[in-house]
Write a protein that binds this ligand. Structure first.
Ligand code: CMC
Length: 425
């Protein structure tokens, strides 16, 4: 089939033919790379209709509520896989064989310890620091400790960086929490699973034995799976942009962590639980719904809406199920779950939310699950960061390995002053 094109008519110029590129699924894209030569840029702040790259990692159909990693639907991965297997899939593009799976898990579990000197960095932070603030610093600091394998043109070096990040991120995260609690850091235990080890480093103390609760371990693992990757979101795009200049991968991940922190992105799970606590009782829900609908009030229902999903967020469906399983298993009667379920019911039948296609997103239920596991609110976004690290690395790797990769350099519509004369003194 011959290449389809879009014809663009610009004032005073011959029509320009722009190639239409087809993916395996999702919207076709118009290749506008030659447009600059015609004296025009395209304008799309917030990237509402811009494909910033070509990728084979994750596919989202926001209208149908589909999320697939390397072709596998997220609900199947959450049900039948585990986080490290999903990591292998994201990084390598295929499911591992039994032997590959075992080898991958062994390597990850054997690189969980940090350079001992790195732990000293924590004492430079105030004890009341937000753990995400600490994470921004200590993750970037990895670049200062692990620079022995940093020739990014070498596949082996890229692989070593990937394993280091994947293995050490839970350790960095748990230490960020322990530090704010004034408790001693717990070393990783390589005999435990990825999720089990994280729980151990979070909740164990040197004074007594800690036994990982298998229900919480599985729930934690599923939370990691649900947050592992999400295509070209703000933090992933940040990592790609930072990495496009050839920057150190640990520094790129620190940039991703900074971007994730915001309440419109990864910070929404913490903000959502704050909101549910503030609502407090089902009787107060109408007041909050009215605030969310009021154009003059900046308040938004946290955990609702998504740039891409204009239908149910498939991650939210899985998270809702996990939420019920965990609370049932632990026999926890959390009044916030009642508030959340009623809020969801009312919002989903309200014309404002229906017309704007605002559905609960993954963060709507994740806060309640994390709270049941015993994770403090300030650590919610940190857990998102642990899980998303594999997505960031997969995209970083894909980008640097793509032939003809260029530095990311958007253009602008300039609206400021021009050609002023500096006053003589
Ligand atoms: N509550 C009330 N109104 C909302 C909400 C909300 N949560 N979200 C969007 N709207 C309205 C918004 O006011 C706007 O109305 P209008 O057209 O009248 O101006 C319309 O819906 C479209 O909103 P938008 O801000 O233009 O949409 P966006 O795609 O730029 O923003 C979003 C997406 C996720 C930032 C936004 O829905 C939001 O702020 N949600 C709450 C925060 C949240 O839960 N974020 C977590 C996202 S999922 C985790 C992740 O992947 O990071």
């Amino acid at each position: 089939m011959s290449q389809q094109t879009a014809i663009l008519h610009l004032p005073g110029q011959d029509p320009i033919e722009l190639p239409i590129l087809k993916g395996t699924a999702g919207n076709d894209v118009i290749d506008i790379r030659t447009l600059g030569a015609a004296g025009y840029f395209t304008y799309d702040p917030g990237f509402l209709a811009t494909a910033s790259c070509e990728s084979e990692i994750t596919f989202i159909d926001g209208d149908k509520g589909i999320l697939e990693h390397r072709g596998y639907p997220i609900d199947q991965l959450a049900e039948h896989s585990d986080y490290l297997e999903v990591c292998f899939l994201l990084l390598n593009g295929k499911l591992p064989s039994k032997a590959e799976n075992a080898k991958f898990k062994k390597i990850v579990s054997e690189h969980t310890m940090l350079h001992e000197q790195l732990s000293k960095l924590y004492s430079g932070f105030r004890r009341d620091s937000h753990p995400m603030a600490i994470m921004c610093g200590v993750s970037g600091a990895l670049a200062a400790f692990y620079h022995d394998a940093m020739d990014l043109s070498k596949e082996k070096h890229r692989e070593i960086a990937a394993f280091r990040l994947l293995s050490k991120m839970p350790t960095l995260a748990a230490m960020s929490y322990k530090y704010t609690q004034g408790q001693p850091f717990m070393y990783p235990k390589n005999s435990l699973s990825y999720a089990g080890n994280f729980l151990q480093m979070m909740f164990a103390t040197p004074c007594e034995d800690y036994v990982v609760n298998p229900v919480l371990e599985r729930a934690m693992d599923k939370i990691f799976i649900l947050h592992a990757d999400h295509e070209q979101n703000a933090s992933t795009s940040t990592v790609r942009l930072a990495g496009s200049s050839g920057a150190n991968p640990f520094a790129c991940i620190a940039a991703g962590i900074a971007s994730l922190w915001g309440p419109a992105h990864g910070g929404a799970n913490e903000a959502c639980l704050d909101m549910l606590i503030e609502v407090g009782h089902v009787d107060n829900i109408p007041e909050f719904i009215a605030k969310a609908k009021d154009k003059d009030d900046p308040f938004r229902l946290m955990g609702f809406g998504h740039r891409v999903y204009k239908n149910h967020d498939p991650r939210a469906t899985v998270m809702r199920k996990i939420c019920h399983e965990v609370l049932d298993d632990l026999k926890i009667d959390d009044p916030l779950l009642d508030v959340a379920m009623e809020l969801e019911r009312i919002a989903l039948s309200d014309p404002y939310f229906i017309e704007k296609k605002l559905y609960p997103n993954v963060d709507f239920y994740s806060g309640i699950v994390l709270r049941a596991i015993g994770i403090p609110r300030s650590m919610f976004t940190v857990i998102f960061a642990i899980a998303r690290t594999v997505g960031w690395i997969s995209h970083w790797k894909e980008m640097v390995e793509q032939p003809g990769q260029k530095i990311g350099r958007p253009r602008q519509l300039y609206t400021g002053e021009v050609d002023l004369t500096f006053p003589k003194k």
